[in-house]
Design a protein around this ligand. Structure first.
Ligand code: BGC
Length: 819
């Protein structure tokens, strides 16, 4: 069948391109139009990597792509500001929110409230805790991603946040040891790009500004910030932050890719990261901010620093940074002076001519245009007074401004979101193993619950550190959440068992379970029908993972229970990949990876275990057999003391995640895109929906840049379709996936398979339907470092469709550009 498809493809292009009904709109080329702004770059020094050529000045925004009217309003607003007001608008202040821009009462401007984060209102009481971003990515469900983001933003808005500090497009998960992968989406730029776009649309449709963070290659926490001497002001550098050194092609095809989606979705702001990129701090890297972000991608919003990632004033401003966070004042003697590089320093730089007023005006217009575009000047809810005391970044005793709170405090913003969160929790749970028909459960008479991840956490509603007892439904750091309620597996299974009349015995002490002196079996009276083992893996901001094993002796707990219970089901709550040696145990009949599933984690797992929901989630990363199988280790130490010695060489290039395992033919336990269902799907007949456009050019026509870059890159150039069928006897969602194998003419280092399309479709048992994969120009191009453009290579592409990165059911070969 594959050969037949290949021949059919070749015939289509060469012999009879008009023979099939061509109902598709081909790409619209606009030859002759020039880019509105991309500065020429000296390409000879871009490769090999380690360089960040200067790109000055910082481009002014134009408002194109739909922000023209809002830009006019922002201009009028800027015209009414004094220099001091402008400078302080670009400078954060201690206040109730994690980031604060001061109000200007004479202009009726109530300031800006910036709040974490991607999973909840971090400082919110009476607010919801949604599924984490890695969970949302595992759903492979665009609608879920949008709905989650929209509901999250509604809660933020009701609490008075103008800006959500999220979504996270980096870390991407170059290494599974990165501890913030749960705040981001997938170890794949395409899937992360889709997640970024849907999330930003959801947030901004609710009237809240989104913030794409952390730009860029923020792939490790270790030495993410410089280390300072322990002198009085901690201002003497010992060693600078780690530099992510990336070649130009990898930067474009892997790390910048999801941010291009974010810009296309008109994200209001981007957060430059702690790490350096190719030797320069991300927040003063003019190649990154001026050339790529504001130039090549046509970003119209503002660049804000990560908290403390600003290391200069003038250099950062010239390099394209528009707002410093958290900014702030310092007390010197009797005077409050600005401790940040911006604030009064910025005013002075304007007054003495170091920075031109036009640059400062552009900074403020970039900040205020999304504000007007989203209508935030009209009846925006005031900041809820209750968020202030929950602010760990700038607690109330650090505030210098007299923040006047109006409106009700302790607002309950949850609405009915918990129903949605429960659905999302089930939709994002990945079924990895299911043998001997272990799942779904059928009214088991005798249930054992084991593991310290099953019960309630015992240290309050907000996670600040790892803890032994209790389910992990979120984690720590700026992405942490305050739980208003938490459904635990223990409680939810007990409630269900009560209805069924089942016996439930729970053993939540991992130490006890792994003690050799214990007399097994622990349970009474007979062999349990099922043992549900809840295990966890904690990971959070600030400290990378040192192991991919489950915590609290999780593997030993799994082994111990499985050796006495012949139907052991393992459920993990983890921020990312774990090695799973217990998967080979014959008594481990099922495994579910639930990640950090938010406040309805218990109910959601019951819905999947009992088959009320047919699992449909897929892994957004690889689960390897051994920790040593993963590539791209973090830079965890340097053995010299030079200031700039922390270097992380991304010399695996494009071989990130599954791309590496595929390129080196390494067996994996569970591959990227893998996840089982209670039914069985098939996919066949991958074929073009319409002929490839006959006049496709290798390089895109040079059209004026819009948010997202050259619009020609986002045009569909080729569309494939396939038939997907549910051949089992349970209704369910299938997730057909499309991967591309580039022609052999593509430069070396191109991975064998790269995700370029997916869908999530509901299929009742016995039914089939056609799914469509639209390929945009960017999807079939590689970044040509010499042309500094996206090029469709000559020769034959192979498109592979199926249900994971290693489960292809149909292929199709086609040449888009002839030699
Ligand atoms: C994190 C950001 C966060 C900021 C404010 C930083 O440490 O990297 O993601 O938004 O703090 O809390």
């Amino acid at each position: 069948m594959i050969l037949a498809n290949a021949l059919f493809g070749a015939w289509l292009l060469s012999a009879a391109p008009t023979a099939m009904a061509d109902t598709c709109q081909g790409p619209i080329d606009h030859p002759g139009e020039a880019f509105s702004y991309v500065q020429p770059i000296n390409t000879t020094i871009l490769s090999p990597y380690g360089h960040s050529p200067a790109s000055l000045p910082s481009p002014n925004m134009t408002g194109n792509g739909g922000w023209e009217l809002a830009l006019l309003k922002a201009k009028q607003f800027v015209n009414t500001l004094t220099v001091e007001e402008k400078s302080w608008m670009a400078t954060g202040q201690p206040g109730p929110c994690v980031g604060n821009v001061l109000p200007i009462p004479r202009l009726n401007f109530s300031g800006l409230c910036l709040q974490n984060g991607p999973q909840c209102v971090q400082q919110g009481d009476y607010s919801s805790v949604f599924v984490s971003s890695v969970s949302a990515a595992a759903s492979w469900d665009r609608q879920l991603l949008y709905d989650r983001a929209r509901a999250l933003a509604e809660e933020h808005k009701a609490k008075g946040s103008h800006v959500i500090l999220g979504p996270v497009g980096g870390p991407l998960g170059r290494s599974p040891y990165n501890s913030r992968t749960w705040e981001g989406f997938a170890a794949d730029p395409y899937l992360t790009g889709v997640c970024m776009e849907e999330t930003i649309n959801g947030i901004q449709d609710a009237g809240v500004q989104a913030n794409a963070k952390h730009l860029i290659a923020n792939e490790q926490e270790t030495q993410r910030n410089p280390t300072f001497a322990p002198d009085a002001n901690e201002t003497t550098y010992i060693q600078d932050s780690v530099s992510s050194n990336i070649d130009d092609r990898t930067l474009h095809e892997i790390y910048m890719w999801p941010f291009a989606n974010a810009v296309r979705a008109k994200v209001a702001s981007a957060m430059c990261a702690y790490n350096r990129l190719n030797g320069s701090h991300s927040c003063q890297n003019s190649y990154l901010l001026n050339h790529i972000l504001k130039g090549e991608l046509g970003f119209q919003g503002y660049v804000m620093s990560d908290w403390g990632a600003t290391h200069s004033g003038v250099a950062s401003i010239d390099s394209g940074m528009d707002m410093t966070m958290p900014g702030g004042f310092t007390l010197y003697g009797a005077f409050w002076t600005d401790g940040s590089y911006f604030g009064g320093n910025l005013t002075r730089a304007i007054q003495n001519g170091t920075i031109e007023m036009s640059r400062l005006d552009d900074m403020i217009m970039r900040i205020m245009t999304p504000y007007f575009w989203l209508g935030q000047e009209k009846n925006f809810p005031s900041v809820d007074a209750s968020v202030g005391p929950l602010n760990y970044d700038s607690p109330p005793d650090t505030w210098l401004y007299d923040w006047k709170f109006t409106g009700q405090s302790n607002r309950d913003v949850r609405s009915d979101h918990n129903d949605m969160i429960r659905e999302h929790g089930a939709a994002s749970t990945v079924l990895l193993k299911n043998e001997r028909n272990a799942l779904p459960l059928r009214k088991p008479g005798n249930i054992v619950i084991a593991g310290n991840d099953a019960g309630p956490p015992m240290q309050g509603p907000s996670l600040r550190a790892d803890f032994e007892y209790g389910v992990l439904a979120g984690s720590i750091g700026s992405g942490s959440c305050r739980f208003s309620h938490l459904s635990t597996p223990l409680e939810a299974i007990n409630a269900r068992a009560r209805k069924d009349g089942s016996l439930v015995q729970s053993f939540l002490n991992n130490t006890l379970l792994t003690t050799t002196e214990l007399t097994w079996p622990l349970w009474n009276p007979q062999q349990p029908d099922v043992c549900l083992v809840f295990l966890k893996s904690f990971t959070g901001e600030g400290e990378d993972r040192t192991s991919l094993e489950l915590d609290w002796d999780g593997n030993a707990v799994a082994e111990a229970v499985a050796s006495h219970c012949n139907n052991t089901v393992i459920i993990t709550n983890s921020g990312g990949a774990n090695v799973m040696p217990f998967a080979d145990h014959p008594n481990v009949t099922a495994i579910l990876a639930q990640h950090y599933a938010g406040e309805e984690t218990g109910n959601a797992i019951v819905d999947v275990l009992y088959g009320d929901v047919n699992p449909s989630a897929k892994l957004p990363y690889v689960i390897a057999y051994n920790e040593s199988d993963y590539n791209a280790p973090l830079t965890t130490a340097v053995y010299s003391n030079g200031t700039y010695d922390w270097q992380s060489w991304f010399d695996e290039g494009l071989e990130v995640g599954y791309r590496y395992f595929d390129a080196h033919n390494i067996s994996v336990r569970y591959e990227f895109g893998f996840g089982l269902s209670y039914t069985t799907f098939n996919l066949k007949d991958l074929k073009p929906k319409c002929s490839a456009p006959s006049k496709l050019t290798a390089l895109p026509a040079k059209r004026p840049t819009e948010p997202g870059g050259n619009p020609a890159l986002w045009e569909t150039v080729y569309t494939l379709e396939a038939e997907v069928s549910n051949i089992g006897d349970v209704d369910g969602f299938a997730v057909p996936q499309l991967y591309v194998e580039f022609p052999s003419s593509t430069p070396t280092g191109t991975p064998p398979s790269q995700l370029r399309g997916f869908d999530k479709v509901w299929l009742p048992a016995g039914k089939k339907r056609t799914v469509t994969f639209e390929l945009m120009r960017r999807d079939v191009s590689h970044w040509d470092v010499t042309a500094q453009d996206w090029r469709i290579p000559v020769g034959s592409f192979t498109f592979k469709a199926g249900f994971s990165s290693r489960d292809f059911r149909a292929k199709y070969d086609v040449t888009l550009i002839k030699a």
